[in-house]
Each structure stands twice: as structure tokens, then as C-alpha cells.
Design a protein around this ligand. Structure first.
Ligand code: PHE
Ligand code: NA
Length: 514
């Protein structure tokens, strides 16, 4: 146990830092893709339900656990859990969070480094006059690091290292540094996002061309926002919705515990948790759905968007679409878009650094500086394979294991610990003491019963994910006496490595990352 060595400067700073932790690349790159791939309006109801019965409860659990452990001078998830439940084994569940953060930070900072590089390329006019295929090819060449597109050898590696150094330097300044970045980055992000969203909203069919005469930005918005009730019975959509909620709220990783550990015992957690959570949802469902999807639908049509929805759209398509506004506006739009992504990314990657730093402090008494630079170094070593072997699918393996599976496992374990081992008799006051809002009592029962059951269902579901994610087909197959065919992405099949080879083959296409 170490001294309480650092503290948040102000409540605004804390909320912005927590919102910055949550608001990330996931809001702008992952959410629109998940929504489109899962049927647009079909996605949104399961998504909002998951937010209310899993997202908010997990925020309450993580914020209150963090404040609880912080009282005893703990700064990292294993120590925080140790102050709640006695038992060596249980304590080490928290270690999960630390390694997940290192692995996610490694590949997340790689995307973050693309956004930096693309800001410079937008300013430098790299995309001026390029065709759609040229812009897409530029990205392909960029991530193929042996290939220099701009004369800078190993440009992707150079930007990656610069990005890690920036993160590490800020982290070495402690909470003050994180708070300052959030105070500058979050308002700018919202401003940049609002400008682009207005463009998305007002584009209409003015971008339609001879090739895509029917293109209309409103088709994209209607597709996302017309609810479809049929999907309520489709487990695949529920799994995707739950996965997005975890990722976007940054729960199941330990970052929230670590930030909340610096709260005072009398500080509110309930209202803070809800405010940061809703801020993330505003940025996600409003700004996140008003940029990529409508702008792409406005030029290329909704069908194109549905067929090409992928993580690469942001880098492979947007710079081309911006060119349609003329070189000056294209430059501004590029800076706004990639700048927005950069601020979204860095406020999240800083959060991923804190669990490691906090653990090294709790366990070995390391200071902030030593913690920060060791984090940067480990992220670099873990990240280089994703950079060098990007095309071989290493990146996707990281995203799958660290960015998806681990979050569900950890969230499930911590919820069971909180609701059943620590117990709601202590858990409810841990959430409501000092609260500036009255938390509806129904949440006591949701946290005790609904959240753990949902998490267990999702975990078991991902163990047995059926082929092609076709739950209904496989269920009726099973009931008619036939077998259940596992998907290559199901955890069981991946653990036994039966699916890995095929997955890697699929993953060589950079557009399947999200
Ligand atoms: N919530 C972040 C996003 O939406 C990602 C993240 C996950 C950040 C876990 C920190 C911890 O991009
Ligand atoms: Na988010």
C-alpha cells in the first residue's frame, strides 16, 4: 500500500477525464460499423437496453469499487479488489485488467498514430486529386511498413513511436497531465464533431454523382434510426450490442477503478458515473452516427455503406469524400476529422496506462515517472508485432483476445465479486454514499441479478458462438437433432486453435478489424 500521492484537481477535470476515458475511437469508428453490420435500427434497441442494464451498473460497480479501494490507499484493480474481498486468489482477478490494458493500449495507440499522421497528410495535401481507389491504396501502403508512400521510411513505425512517447510523457506528469489533456481535448472534440455532424445532417443528396445517382445522406440516418423490432430475438445482435457497450464505456478493463481510486471518501460517485456515461452516449449515438455513415451514404449511397461498413472507412474513404468539397475545405475537414479522432484516442489511451502505473506503485512503490516510462516501453514491445505484422492479422488477434474476450470475462467476474462476494449490503452504500442523485432502488436488484445473469449469458454465448453467428439457425438445427456448428471466432474453437488459421486468413483484409 502506498501513500495517496495524487488527486484530481477539480470535479470538472475528473468528469472530463472519465468522459475522455470513455469517449474514444470506439465512438466514431466502432459504433457506426457495429450499427450498420447489425441492421441499423435493429441494433439500437438492444444497444440501449444493454446500456441501461449492463453499462450503467458496471459504471456504478467500477466507480464505487475504485473509491472504496482508494480509501485504503490503493490505486490498482488487484489491490482495490483485495480491500473489498479478502482472499489471495480473488485479488488476482484484477491482474486481468492490467494485462488487458497493456495489450489494448499497444494496438489502440497504433490507430491513434494513424490519426496523427493523417492530420499531417491532410495539411500537406496528400489526398488532393486522388481517386477513391488511390486513397484506399494509400492506406494499404501505409500499413505495409516496408513500403514508403511519402519518402519517410517506415513512416507508420515512426508515428507509432512518437505517439507512444507523447502518451508516456503526459502520463509521467500524473493526473494533472491527464486532466489538462482532457480539458483541452474534450471540448475541441465536441466542437470538431459538431461541425462535421452538421455537414452530415445537411448534405442530403447534394453529393450524388452519375455513378451513385440515388445517394442521399438521409438514407444513412434513416437506416440507423428506424427501429426494427424483429432483431430483439436475435442473439447475435445482442452480443454485438453488449460488446459495443463494454468497449465504448471502457468497463471491464480496470481503467475506471484506477481513476476513481483518487476520489475522496465523501465524493459523489453516482452522479459522476452517470454524467460521464451519458456524455459518452451523447458523443456516440449523436456525433458518432452523424459523420461517417451519412457522409458516405450521401456520396456513395446506402448500399455501398452496408457492403463496405468497416473500420477502414474512416481512413480509406473519408479523405476522398472530403476532396469533393474542394482542396481548402478538404484540408479543414481532414484536420477536424483526424484531429477529433486523435483527441478521442489519446484521452482513452492515457486511461489505459494508469492501471499499470497504479499497480507498480501499489506493489513495488514505483513513482509516476518510472511507472509511465515502463508502460510506454511495454506497450512498444507488445505493439510492434501488430505494426510489423499488421497484414498477417496480428492486430485482429489482439483486438479479439484483449479488446473483446477479456472485457467480458473480467466484467463478469468483477460483477459476481461485487454483487455476491462483497455483497449488495455493502455494495449499495458503496454506490450511494455521498451521492448527489438518488439512485433508483431498482438498480440494487438489477446489479444483483440482471447484470450478472446477462454477463454470464454473454460469456457462455461467446464460448459457443455458432458458425456464421447464426443463432436461430443453429438452435433450430439443434432442436431437430442435428449438431451445433461452432464458428471459427467462438472462444472454444479459437482456444483449440482450430479456427485461428482461417481467422488469420480472413484478417489479412484490413477492413475487417472492427
Ligand atoms: N472506451 C474507449 C473507446 O470507446 C476504449 C477504451 C476501452 C478505453 C477500455 C479505455 C479502456 O474507444
Ligand atoms: Na467510447
Amino acid at each position: 500500500m502506498a501513500e495517496k500521492s495524487d488527486a484530481w484537481g477539480s470535479r470538472v477535470g475528473l468528469i472530463l477525464a472519465m468522459a475522455g476515458n470513455a469517449v474514444g475511437l470506439g465512438n466514431f469508428l466502432r459504433f457506426p460499423v457495429q450499427a450498420v453490420q447489425n441492421g441499423g435500427g435493429a441494433f439500437i434497441i438492444p444497444y440501449l437496453i444493454c446500456f441501461l442494464v449492463m453499462g450503467i451498473p458496471l459504471l456504478f460497480i467500477e466507480w464505487s469499487s475504485g473509491r472504496f479501494g482508494g480509501k485504503f490507499g490503493n490505486h490498482s484493480t488487484p489491490y482495490i479488489l483485495d480491500s473489498m474481498v479478502k482472499g489471495r486468489v480473488l485479488k488476482y482477478i484484477g491482474v486481468f485488467g492490467i494485462f488487458t490494458n497493456l495489450a489494448v493500449a499497444a494496438y489502440y495507440c497504433y490507430i491513434e498514430s494513424w490519426t496523427m499522421s493523417y492530420v499531417f497528410h491532410s495539411i500537406g495535401g496528400t489526398f488532393v486529386g486522388m481517386s477513391q481507389a488511390d486513397v484506399a491504396a494509400f492506406f494499404g501502403n501505409y500499413v505495409d511498413i516496408s513500403h514508403s508512400t511519402t519518402g519517410i521510411p517506415y513512416e507508420a513505425v515512426v508515428f507509432y513511436v512518437i505517439c507512444l512517447v507523447i502518451n508516456t510523457y503526459i502520463l509521467s506528469k500524473g493526473l494533472k497531465g491527464i486532466e489538462k489533456v482532457a480539458k483541452i481535448g474534450m471540448p475541441l472534440l465536441i466542437l470538431f464533431g459538431a461541425v462535421l455532424a452538421i455537414k452530415g445532417l445537411t448534405l442530403g443528396d447534394s453529393g450524388a454523382s452519375e455513378i451513385f445517382p440515388d445517394a442521399n445522406a438521409w438514407d444513412g440516418l434513416n437506416f440507423l434510426w428506424t427501429p426494427q423490432y424483429s432483431s430483439l430475438l436475435d442473439l447475435k445482435v445482442w452480443m454485438a450490442a453488449a460488446g459495443q457497450i463494454f468497449f465504448t464505456l471502457s468497463v471491464g478493463m480496470g481503467t475506471v477503478h484506477c481513476y476513481a481510486a483518487y476520489l475522496e471518501e465523501k465524493d459523489d460517485v453516482a452522479l459522476n458515473a452517470v454524467s460521464a456515461g451519458f456524455m459518452n452516449e451523447f458523443v456516440e449515438v449523436v456525433l458518432g452516427s452523424l459523420i461517417v455513415v451519412p457522409i458516405a451514404a450521401g456520396y456513395l449511397g446506402l448500399d455501398w455503406v452496408i457492403q463496405n461498413a468497416g473500420f477502414g472507412m474512416a481512413f480509406q474513404t473519408m479523405p476522398y469524400l472530403f476532396q469533393q468539397w474542394g482542396p481548402a475545405l478538404a484540408m479543414i475537414a481532414g484536420v477536424l476529422w483526424f484531429g477529433l479522432l486523435f483527441f478521442a484516442g489519446i484521452t482513452s489511451s492515457l486511461a489505459m496506462g494508469t492501471p499499470w502505473i497504479g499497480f507498480m506503485r501499489d506493489e513495488f512503490g514505483w513513482n509516476q515517472n518510472k511507472g509511465a516510462w515502463s508502460f510506454g516501453f511495454i506497450a512498444l514491445i507488445l505493439g510492434l508485432p501488430t505494426v510489423i505484422f499488421f497484414q498477417e492479422g496480428v492486430f485482429d488477434e489482439y483486438d479479439y483476445w484483449a479488446g473483446t474476450v477479456s472485457l467480458v470475462v473480467f466484467a463478469m467476474l468483477e460483477t459476481i465479486l461485487f454483487s455476491w462476494v462483497f455483497g449488495m449490503e455493502k455494495g449499495w452504500p458503496a454506490i450511494t454514499n455521498g451521492a448527489d442523485i438518488k439512485v433508483p432502488i431498482i438498480y440494487k436488484y438489477i446489479i444483483k441479478f440482471v447484470t450478472p445473469v446477462m454477463l454470464i449469458v454473454i460469456f457462455v454465448g461467446s464460448l459457443f458462438k455458432p458458425k456464421d453467428n447464426d443463432w436461430s439457425g443453429n438452435l433450430s438445427n439443434l432442436f431437430s437433432g442435428n449438431s451445433w456448428v461452432l464458428d471459427n471466432g467462438s472462444i472454444i474453437k479459437t482456444i483449440t486453435h482450430a479456427g485461428i488459421r482461417e481467422q488469420i486468413a480472413l484478417a489479412t483484409d484490413p477492413s475487417v478489424i472492427a
